[in-house]
Design a protein around this ligand. Structure first.
Ligand SMILES: [Zn+2]
Length: 150
């Protein structure tokens, strides 16, 4: 499951659940902790431990916020394909099959803006500062989300 799959599933689960916010409180008979919402009609979850009820209630609000934030960060740290350029002519270099010669991809967010501009104009070389894709930020998010299944 990719990081995008995990994020999409978290958002889908959040959309399908009873609207938030959810609140956790001790039941009237002191037997269990209930998680409830104004629109639920009845308790959503019963838990023996207060900490479990508090987590469930908080997750209703936090999960979609975290998922959206991680998706936004992944969007920012997106891939830019790069190719060997001929800065003297402002063109890409092509191989014998007429294909551009690929170089390692770079991160759109982490690579300096002046380098990105030069890449767009086919006017860059390997000596310019770049951050390879996936950058450490994207790699950290994808590694963490590769280990979970919502
Ligand atoms: Zn990055």
């Amino acid at each position: 499951m990719t990081a995008r799959d995990v994020i999409a599933q978290a958002l889908a689960l959040s959309e399908a659940a009873t609207d938030g916010p959810w609140v956790a409180s001790l039941n009237d008979d002191d037997s269990d902790y209930a998680v409830w919402a104004d629109d639920a009609g009845s308790d959503i979850i019963l838990a023996e431990r207060e900490a479990d009820a508090l987590l469930a209630a908080a997750a209703r609000t936090l999960l979609p916020a975290f998922a959206k934030a991680l998706g936004d960060v992944l969007d920012m740290h997106s891939e830019i394909e790069t190719f060997e350029a001929d800065p003297a002519n402002g063109t890409w270099l092509y191989d014998e099959n007429g294909e551009k010669r690929p170089l390692p991809s770079i991160c759109r967010h982490c690579t300096p803006d002046d380098t990105l501009l030069e890449v767009e104009e086919c006017n860059w070389d390997d000596g310019m500062e770049t951050v390879r894709y996936p950058c450490p930020t994207r790699a950290a998010i994808t590694a963490a989300l590769s280990e979970v299944t919502p």
